[in-house]
Unconditional design. Sequence first.
Length: 288
Amino acid sequence: MILVTGATGHLGNAAIQSLLNKGVPANEITALVRDENKAVHLKDQGIQIKIGTYNEYDSLKAALQGVDNLLLVSSNEMVDRLVQHKNAIDAAIENGVKHIVYTGIDIENYETTAIPYVSQIHKDTADYLKEVGIPYTVLDNTLYGDSVGLFSGETFLETGIFFPAGDGKTPWVARSEMGEAAAVVLTTPGHEGKHYAITAPTAYSFGEIATMLSDITGKEVKYHKPDLDTYVETLAKAGVPKEMASFLGGFGTAIGKGEFDTHRSDLKMLLGRDPLELEEFLRITYGK
C-alpha cells in the first residue's frame, strides 16, 4: 500500500496520477486529505481516501495503518512545519512503514540562502529522517515550471514579466514530471538513503523565458527586473499584501543569486528519458 499526503494538492495529485499510469492498482493507493469533498475525483478513480492533517497525530496514525510506502509531501503551512513533518514520520514508524519518500528543495546552500524560511524546513526534515533511522529518499525539487506565471505576474503576457530575479537561472521542471519521479521512487527498488535532484539538465533565466514566450505567442513579452524594494512596493500599491509580495520577492532574490542553478540533476535517470524542455512546456501551457 502507498499513501500520498497532500493528495488534493498539485504535486500529490500528480504523483497519484503517475502511479496509476504505471499500473499501480487504485485500491493499493491511499490519499490523505483534509477535505473529503475535494477528493471526489480521486475517490471516483478507486483511490482509498483517509481524512487527516499533519497537526493531528491520531489521524495520521490511523491513516498509515497497513501502509508500506509513504510519499510525504512537505507541508505548505509556514508555522510548526517541522512538528507536522515529525508527526507524519513518527506515525509512519509506529505503523511499520518501510520507506518514506519526502519532497524537499534543491538549493545551493542552506546557510546562505535568501529564503531560509522556505528551505530550512527541508534540511531539518531530512536530518530527522536520518536521525530516526527509517529507510527514506529525499526528492530535492527545483521550482515548478507551472509557477512561471505565478512569479511573472497576472498580466505578464500583456504587460511583460515583472520580477526581481536579475539574470539568475533556474532548471524548471513540470510538476507532472516531479510527480512521475516520485512514482518511480515509490515503485522501484534501490532508492533508500538517496537524495535526488529533481531538476532539469538546463537552467533558464526570466529573460530567456520572455524570449520563448514572445516566440510562442507572437507578441513581444518584455522582462522587467526591478530591485527587491521596488518590486515589493509596486505589488503593495496594486493591492497585494506586503507579506506575500516580500515572500515572492525572496524567491526572486534567490533566483538572481543563482541558488537554484545547482548544476545537478537526477531527473533523466529516474524518468528513463529526457525531461520536457521548458520551451515545450511553455508552448503547451501558453500557446494557442
